[in-house]
Design a protein. Structure first.
Length: 510
């Protein structure tokens, strides 16, 4: 036997024996697992059987409880039905008793009706006898007597009604006049606003006369640039240390004034700098316009106003009428309208809003041949204002008919504000002279018999001679008079010319 053979056989034998042991151990483990699984299965079957029995017991108990509950409900329903049946029986008995009482009352009513019919027949007979006797005594038939009585009553009623109407009319006139005076006095006494005014020129002070040359610039380029950008006239004359700015538009005049003052303070005066300053001041003035509009609305407690409306109100801050600041005037009219509306018991907020907006046409940026009332009404219409507000704006100078009490209140408040002492600069003499000039201008034309300036000079009514001016020439005459007024006279707003031509024939019957 070779010497190496034991070394080979022993390891192989060890491996084989190890494999045998592992196989036996695995079989043992498999048998144990199968037994354990069988026990678990048996336990699960037993537990399932036990749960099944328990569920069946619970179901039976629940069924028994449901049956008991159903029996209780059935007993309660039977008891309720018995009580309901008892009430029904009682009501039937009560109805039976009432039916018997009604039958008894019907018999009594029939007896009384029969008795009344007999009495009525007797009364008719007696009435016929009395009527015949009265007709015999008075000599009038029943219809004639009835008509006579009605006529007498009607005459008495008419007399009493007329006397009452006369008394009411007299009392109403006295009380209405006194009430109107009280309302106006109360409203006027409760308001006192400051009157301010601007002119069409503004003066800018200079540190020295040498500054005038710098403002003019080389070959006048600086002053031309300023006038072109702002649309004003800059007047440089012999007035010491002062420059005058002239413009009919107060907004442009204010922009030019502020811009020139800043240029003088800055010292750098040349076209580029002038353009920069003018643009900056223009933005500031536009912001100032918006802020003034907001402030006016806040002071008056008016809300729900769009941006266009706020700007339209703010532009009035730079507008004047006869030296009276238009925004101050509009705020004053709004407060007066609110007080008057409260006194007479109408819509205060609507009257106040219409009064504040009544002159927004004066601040319109676009030129128009319409008067400020018509322009303002159109602006309010575009802003979506209430139709009553639009009517109040259009009617505040009687250009259209006032359709609401608020519109009439605005007219009254506007007149009070304008007529208040110190509110406007135009004197009585100037006012009368302006009206006389209007009338004299119209009277110069051949065929004009009379001319009357009314509505504070806003309307000129002209009576023409019907023999000298035929119908087809009246329109041409009105145009000629309007052109002459535009050429010769200075006046605020627009003047309405009304031509009247009529034929009067008078005869006397002798």
């Amino acid at each position: 036997m070779p010497t190496w053979l034991p070394y080979v056989i022993l390891p192989v034998a060890g491996i084989f024996l190890g494999w045998i042991f592992r196989w036996i151990y695995a079989r043992f483990q498999l048998t144990a697992s199968e037994q354990k699984a069988e026990r678990v299965k048996q336990d699960a079957i037993k537990e399932a059987e036990a749960q099944k029995k328990e569920i069946l017991l619970q179901a039976k108990e629940q069924l028994i409880q449901d049956q008991k509950q159903q029996e209780r409900e059935n007993r309660e329903r039977r008891a309720e039905l018995q009580r309901f049946e008892s009430r029904v029986n009682k009501k039937e008995e009560l109805l039976e008793q009432r039916s018997q009482e009604y039958e008894k009352r019907d018999r009594e009513f029939e007896a009384k009706t029969s008795e009344l019919a007999k009495k009525e027949s007797f009364l008719k007979t007696e009435e016929e006898k009395l009527r015949s006797e009265l007709e015999r005594i008075s000599g009038l038939t029943a219809e004639e007597a009835k008509a006579l009585i009605i006529k007498n009553l009607e005459n008495d009623a008419r007399h009493d009604a007329q006397a009452l109407l006369n008394k009411i009319d007299q009392e109403a006139q006295l009380s209405a006049e006194k009430k109107a005076q009280d309302v106006l006095i109360t409203a006027i006494q409760r308001i006192a606003t400051e009157t301010t005014g601007d002119l069409t020129v503004a003066t800018v002070s200079l540190p020295s006369d040498e500054m005038k040359g710098r403002i003019i610039g080389r070959e006048g380029r600086n002053i031309r640039t300023l006038e072109t950008l702002t649309g004003v006239d800059v007047i440089i004359d012999d007035t010491p240390e002062a420059v005058v700015i002239s413009c009919f538009d107060p907004v442009r005049k204010e922009i030019a004034r502020v811009a020139l003052e800043r240029l003088i303070t800055d010292g750098r005066i040349h076209p580029a700098r002038i353009e920069e300053i003018v643009q900056k001041v223009t933005r500031e003035i536009q912001q100032k316009i918006y802020e003034e509009g907001e402030k006016a609305l806040f002071d008056l407690g008016i809300h729900n106003m769009g941006q266009d409306g706020i700007r339209a109100i703010g532009r009035l801050y730079f507008r004047t009428s006869y030296g009276q600041n238009v925004l101050t005037h509009s705020k004053e009219v709004a407060e007066l309208a609110s007080l008057l509306a409260a006194e007479v018991g109408i819509n205060r907020e609507l009257a106040k809003r219409a009064a504040l907006l009544h002159d927004i046409g004066k601040g319109a940026e676009n030129d128009s041949d319409q008067n400020h009332a018509e322009v303002g009404a159109e602006m309010a219409r575009k802003m979506g204002e209430d139709p009553r507000v639009i009517n109040a704006i259009a009617a505040h100078h009687n250009d259209v008919e006032a359709q609401t009490m608020e519109a009439v209140i605005v007219q009254i408040a506007d007149a009070i504000s304008a007529a208040r002492p110190g509110a406007r600069r135009e004197t009585v003499d100037n006012y009368v002279k302006r009206l006389e000039n209007l009338e004299e201008t119209a009277k110069k034309f051949p065929g004009v018999e009379q001319a009357y300036a009314i509505q504070a000079g806003r309307e000129l009514r002209i009576l023409v001679n019907n023999e000298k001016i035929p119908d087809d020439q009246v329109k041409e005459l009105a145009k000629n008079i309007a052109k002459q007024i535009e050429t010769d006279l200075r006046y605020p707003g627009r003047i309405k010319i009304t031509m009247i031509r009529e034929t009067r024939i008078i005869e006397y019957a002798r």
